[in-house]
Design a protein around this ligand. Structure first.
Ligand SMILES: Cc1ncc(C[n+]2csc(CCOP(=O)(O)OP(=O)(O)O)c2C)c(N)n1
Ligand code: SF4
Length: 347
């Protein structure tokens, strides 16, 4: 059966949409990678959409009453319930369509929250929405801490990072846990679309948002979001750091479509993780041994992803070669039949 993804048309980089649902003039810090990811995601969806935004940096910087940077319908919701409210919006649109009050059923709903709002306090609402199968896009803007309330650690803060609640010292390396694997938690809910995105790879990001809008059912996008304020790096390095995260394999770009993993960018010659860490003062206290531990974890996680996506490659290869075999067989049979018919006509 043909799905929306079979006829998917990528954005043409020469003709990107001009409309900016998130207008310039918001109050994000200089060089904020989070607002860049959000702006690109919104641009991919266009004028006709509804945004549901949990408390967090992106709400604070875009909606200081009586002003707003949003040019589309936008709801501010509590820290914990972006997914619950987006579920309600989706159900309301469905019912209005059923009653004939609206005709369209393709209005995208974009729920947005930070890593704190997603991985910690909003996780139950999100899990419920995924279980019920609501048709909306959830975008986690992962700046790896609770930034707008003062850089407290979250369950997505990386191992070794200094935050105000994970300060390094004689007895502490800083954050002592590795990041919770939220895309894997999304995949475990068996939702149709999960992907990682990064504002340094803007076309990949916009195309994944476009795909997420086409797919019926829940879609989860996990956005790498550099934060100069919390990561203690110069604003001008946000995109460089975002790119380094992919080049060092710290943040691989992949999609999981109906449970199948596709590694979008295979990094065959990775740069050492040290290069990514050294531009950020939140990692300045780490020793060579600490960096080695992080490097080892990055290697293991990447190998795991590679294995998962290679299973898909192998399956594709097998089905492709089987298909080729069937095609050849059909061609041989057609030829034999043609020959038989010709011989029969001559007798
Ligand atoms: C139930 C509840 N607890 C705490 C807060 C205070 N609070 C508001 S935003 C926030 C942190 C948001 O962090 P995150 O979701 O990671 O977004 P960021 O600001 O980093 O983009 C906190 C703790 C709140 N609003 N509601
Ligand atoms: S604190 Fe970080 S995420 Fe928040 S607006 Fe500033 S740079 Fe962006």
């Amino acid at each position: 059966m043909e799905t929306a993804l079979d006829t998917f048309e990528k954005f043409d980089p020469q003709h990107l949409p001009e409309f900016e649902p998130l207008a310039p003039g918001h109050r994000a810090c200089q060089g904020c990678g989070e607002v860049l990811a959000l702006r690109l995601a919104a641009k991919a969806l266009g004028r006709e959409m509804i945004v549901v935004s949990a408390t967090g940096c992106m709400e604070i910087i875009s909606s200081a009453y009586p002003q707003t940077a949003w040019r589309v319908p936008w709801l501010h919701v509590a820290f914990e319930n972006a997914a619950a409210v987006a579920s309600g919006v989706e159900a309301a649109l469905r019912i209005m369509k059923g009653k004939g009050k609206i005709t369209r059923d393709d209005i995208p709903i974009l729920a947005v929250a930070g890593d704190g709002g997603t991985a910690d306090i909003g996780l139950q609402a999100l899990s419920g929405a995924w279980e019920r199968g609501h048709n909306f896009i959830y975008l986690c803007l992962d700046n790896e801490a609770y930034m707008n309330t003062g850089i407290q650690r979250s369950s997505l803060t990386p191992y070794g990072a200094a935050t105000t609640t994970s300060p390094p010292g004689k007895l502490s390396i800083g954050e002592g846990h590795f990041k919770k694997d939220l895309p894997a938690i999304a995949v475990a809910h068996k939702i149709p679309y999960v992907a990682t995105v990064n504002p340094a790879y803007y076309l990949d990001l916009m195309n994944k948002v476009k795909k997420a809008a086409l797919i019926q059912g829940p879609a989860y996008l996990h956005a790498f979001s550099p934060c100069p304020t919390g990561w203690r790096h110069e604003g001008r390095y946000a995109v460089k750091i975002a790119r380094l995260a992919v080049q060092t394999r710290v943040f691989p770009l992949y999609e999981v479509i109906n449970g199948k993993y596709f590694l979008n960018r295979k990094v065959t010659k990775p740069k050492p993780v040290r290069e990514y860490l050294k531009l950020q003062r939140r990692f300045a206290h780490l020793t060579e041994e600490d960096i080695e531990i992080i490097q080892e974890n990055v290697n293991n996680e990447y190998d795991r992803l590679l294995r998962l996506s290679e299973e898909v490659d192998l399956e594709t290869k097998l089905t492709t070669s089987f298909q080729q075999y069937l095609d050849q067989l059909k061609q041989q049979m057609d030829e034999a039949y043609k020959k038989l018919r010709e011989e029969f006509q001559h007798t």
